[in-house]
Design a protein around this ligand. Structure first.
Ligand code: CP
Length: 362
């Protein structure tokens, strides 16, 4: 494999402040033992991504490997999304997802029609999503949509014939957030990209309720693709049944044993990876769930343990953790640009525009 060309100019802003001890693992670690699989990525051409279950394990790993190239190599000069027009339609608030998708697109020389306030479309006059989808067919090449309602994807797809990427649907899923989560974990532990189990399989803790929190659910569903590397999954939740029936059935079918507890203190010091969140949007209301589970720099975390959080945060994740080596959450948010670039290049069929230095396996 050729050496990557050098630091990505577009990534210069990602350097952590010198004073910060937060983790920023080198993306090239993922590339030492393999390259993105081209047929796996090409199979995503014109495919809608509604759920983590729309990805195979090979596709998840290949998207992360391609993201690692994109994070390490200057490719702006190749204009790989030139001529492509992406519609970001957000019917619910967002900082990271919309702006990182738009940044990902613009840095690849694609164009954006940005709808940050979906409520200002014809929806305000009572127009249905199916008709909006029918209009989008003429306006762009790909739609990225967030909505407060879980069934919104199904409704827009009644009129839409373009591929659509789910950027969060109510209490449903957030599949590209899970890609960003596992990309961060793969950079931290490159062995996750391999078939052979890692030397010390991970004890993963979820502080949250997968049945109601789309980020926690998508993280857990994507974890199933890495089950040979996982020793245990512990869900810490205030709810008695945090998984809910559909997720419970999937997890059981995959043969992963999940412990459920409301006692964080009993389990915290044994966890290698902690995924946490507290904000849930139900209907048009934001509420905090599982907010009684708080972490700060004084929490008894295992040495080397890492924390992931999709952000935005409330009081559950104290800022005192920001400058510690437990902080993988900033790398998680920053890396989202590259893994979303990898997905856009695949869905829009522009892998052929990448420089020859980016080697793909055939
Ligand atoms: N992680 C995430 O979905 O953040 P935003 O709500 O800011 O998009």
């Amino acid at each position: 494999m050729n050496e990557p060309l050098g630091p990505n100019k577009s990534a210069e802003f990602l350097e952590p402040p010198e004073t910060s001890a937060s983790l920023r693992p080198d993306p090239r670690g993922i590339l030492k033992d393999g390259a993105p699989n081209e047929p796996a990525l090409r199979a995503l051409f014109r495919k809608s991504i509604l759920s983590v279950r729309d990805f195979s394990r090979e596709q998840i790993i290949s998207l992360c490997r391609l993201a690692a190239y994109l994070e390490s190599v200057e490719i702006t000069a190749y204009h790989p999304l030139d001529g492509k027009l992406i519609i970001t339609a957000f019917f619910e608030a967002s900082t990271r997802t919309r702006i990182s998708f738009e940044s990902a697109t613009l840095r690849l020389d694609g164009k954006i029609i940005s709808i940050p306030e979906g409520g200002q479309t014809g929806v305000k006059k009572g127009e249905g999503l199916a008709d909006i989808g029918e209009m989008f067919n003429a306006y762009g090449d790909l739609v990225i949509m967030r909505h407060t309602e879980t069934d919104a994807l199904e409704r827009i797809q009644r009129g839409l014939r373009l591929p659509i990427i789910n950027a969060g649907n109510g209490t449903g899923e957030h599949p590209t957030q899970a890609l960003a989560d596992w990309y961060a974990l793969m950079k931290w532990c490159p062995g996750l990209a391999l078939d052979e189990p890692i030397a010390e399989p991970l004890n993963i803790g979820l502080l949250g309720t997968p049945g109601s929190m789309r980020t926690v659910k998508s993280f857990l569903l994507m974890a199933l693709a890495f089950k040979q590397h996982i020793n245990s999954v512990t869900i810490v939740s205030e709810m008695a049944d945090p998984l809910g029936k559909p997720v419970e059935e999937i997890v059981r079918e995959e043969g992963i044993a999940v412990k459920i507890t409301n006692d964080m203190g009993k389990h915290l010091s044994g966890l290698d990876v902690i995924y946490m969140n507290s904000i849930v949007c139900i209907g048009d209301q934001y509420t905090a769930m599982d907010a009684s589970y708080k972490l700060d720099a004084a929490s008894p975390l295992k040495e080397g343990a890492v924390i992931l959080h999709p952000l935005a945060r409330l009081e559950e994740l104290d800022k005192s953790l920001d400058a510690t080596p437990h902080n993988l959450y900033f790398a998680q948010a920053h890396g989202a640009v590259f893994v979303r670039q990898a997905l856009l290049l695949s869905v829009l069929g522009r892998l052929y525009q990448l420089p020859g230095d980016i080697q793909l396996t055939h």
